[in-house]
Design a protein around this ligand. Structure first.
Ligand code: 2RA
Length: 330
C-alpha cells in the first residue's frame, strides 16, 4: 500500500515512520511529505533513505492513505485536496475533530463506525486518547456520570522546540528559542494551548468535547486541568470517575486487564505504577493506582500514563490505517 506521511520531518511525523515500521504496516511505497522548506530533506524508513516531497507531488503520487501531522491550518487547506484525489486522510491535528461530518476515532472504541465514505478521519488529542481507552470499558459496565481529570503532560506534546527549551535550560544555555512563556525545567505550567473566554485552555476543552464525541455520549460530564511538566516520556493523568452504578474494585481491575490496548500496572506496595519513563516508546496505555474515592459513592480514582507521541498520536493513527486496510476500506 502506498502511504504518505505529511509532516514527516516533525516529532510526530518521525514517530509515525517508526510505528509504521515496527508494526510492519505493508507500505509498498513511502511518500514523506513536508512544506517547501523541508522538501529535499531525507528521512529513513526501514533502513532506506527517502527524499521529502511537496504536497503537490504527494497528491500526484496518489497514495491510498495520507497520515497528516502538519498542523491545523495545513490540514484545513490540504486534507480536502488529498481527499478529492481519492486519498484517505488520517489527520492528527485538531482541524476536523469536532466537525460533525468527520469521525473522531480511537480504534479500540469506535473504528467499527468507519466506512469507505470517510475520506478525512480525525485522530483525537493525545491526552484524550489515553483517557478514553481506559474510561470506555468502565462506561460500558457502570455508566460514567462525571470525570475530573488533571494532566501532567510531556514537553514532546508541544514539539521539538519545547524539548530543546527544556534541555537548554537544564544545561544553563539561555540562547535557545523559548516556546513557553516561563521556564519549563524545574517548573510546572498550568497552561496548555491557548486560554479561552471561559477561563479554560483549549487543551482542557478538547478533553471535555472529544471524550463525549468518541464515546458517543453527550451526557458524560468532564472537567479538566491540563498541566505541562518537565518530562519527555509521556503524559500522565489523575482521573476521578463517578459512575451511575455501583462497582466492585476487583471487577474494575478485571475489566481493565481485559481492555484492548490497556496494561494494568498496579502493585503500589512493590512501587509498581505507571510512569512516563516506563511508558516511553510503548504503544499501550498504562493504568494503576486503582482505588475507591472514599469521599462519595460509586467513585473511582485512577492514574493513567501513555507515550503521547505513540498511543496519543502515531500509534493511534497507524491503528486506524490498519483497520482501514484489514476491512478493505481503502
Ligand atoms: C500537547 N495535546 O501535549 C498536545 C499535543 N497534541 O500539547
Amino acid at each position: 500500500m502506498k502511504v504518505a506521511v505529511v509532516g514527516a520531518t516533525g516529532l510526530v511525523g518521525g514517530e509515525m515512520l517508526k510505528v509504521l515500521e515496527e508494526r510492519n504496516f505493508p507500505v509498498t511505497e513511502l511518500i514523506p511529505v513536508a512544506s517547501e522548506r523541508s522538501v529535499g530533506k531525507k528521512v529513513t524508513f526501514k533502513g532506506k533513505e527517502y527524499t521529502v516531497v511537496s504536497f503537490e507531488d504527494a497528491i500526484a503520487a496518489k497514495p491510498a492513505i495520507a497520515i497528516f501531522s502538519a498542523g491545523g491550518s495545513t490540514s484545513l487547506s490540504l486534507a480536502p485536496r488529498f481527499a478529492e484525489a481519492g486519498i484517505t486522510v488520517i489527520d492528527n491535528s485538531s482541524a476536523w475533530r469536532m466537525d460533525p461530518t468527520k469521525k473522531l476515532v480511537v480504534p479500540e472504541i469506535n473504528a467499527h463506525t468507519l466506512t469507505t465514505e470517510d475520506k478525512i478521519i480525525a485522530n483525537p488529542n493525545c491526552s484524550t486518547i489515553q483517557m478514553v481507552v481506559v474510561l470506555n470499558p468502565l462506561h460500558q459496565q457502570y455508566k460514567i456520570r462525571r470525570v475530573v481529570v488533571s494532566t501532567y503532560q510531556s514537553v514532546t506534546g508541544t514539539g521539538k522546540a519545547a524539548v530543546d527549551q527544556l534541555f537548554a535550560e537544564r544545561a544553563g544555555d539561555t540562547s535557545v528559542q523559548k516556546v513557553y512563556p516561563h521556564p519549563i525545567d524545574l517548573n510546572v505550567l498550568p497552561h496548555i494551548d491557548v486560554f479561552l473566554d471561559n477561563g479554560y485552555t483549549k487543551e482542557e476543552m478538547k478533553m471535555v468535547n472529544e471524550t463525549k464525541k468518541i464515546m458517543g455520549d453527550d451526557a458524560i460530564a468532564v472537567t479538566a486541568t491540563t498541566v505541562r511538566i518537565p518530562t519527555v516520556g509521556g503524559h500522565s493523568e489523575a482521573v476521578n470517575i463517578e459512575f451511575e452504578n455501583e462497582f466492585d474494585l476487583a471487577e474494575v481491575r478485571a475489566i481493565l486487564e481485559k481492555a484492548p490496548g490497556v496494561v494494568v500496572q498496579d502493585d503500589p506496595k512493590n512501587f509498581v505504577y505507571p510512569m512516563p519513563v516506563t511508558a516511553h516508546g510503548k504503544d499501550e496505555t498504562f493504568v494503576g493506582r486503582i482505588r475507591r474515592d472514599e469521599t462519595q459513592p460509586n467513585t473511582l480514582n485512577l492514574w493513567i500514563v501513555a507515550d503521547n507521541l505513540r498511543k496519543g498520536a502515531a500509534t493511534n493513527a497507524v491503528q486506524i490505517a490498519e483497520y482501514l486496510k484489514d476491512n478493505e476500506l481503502v
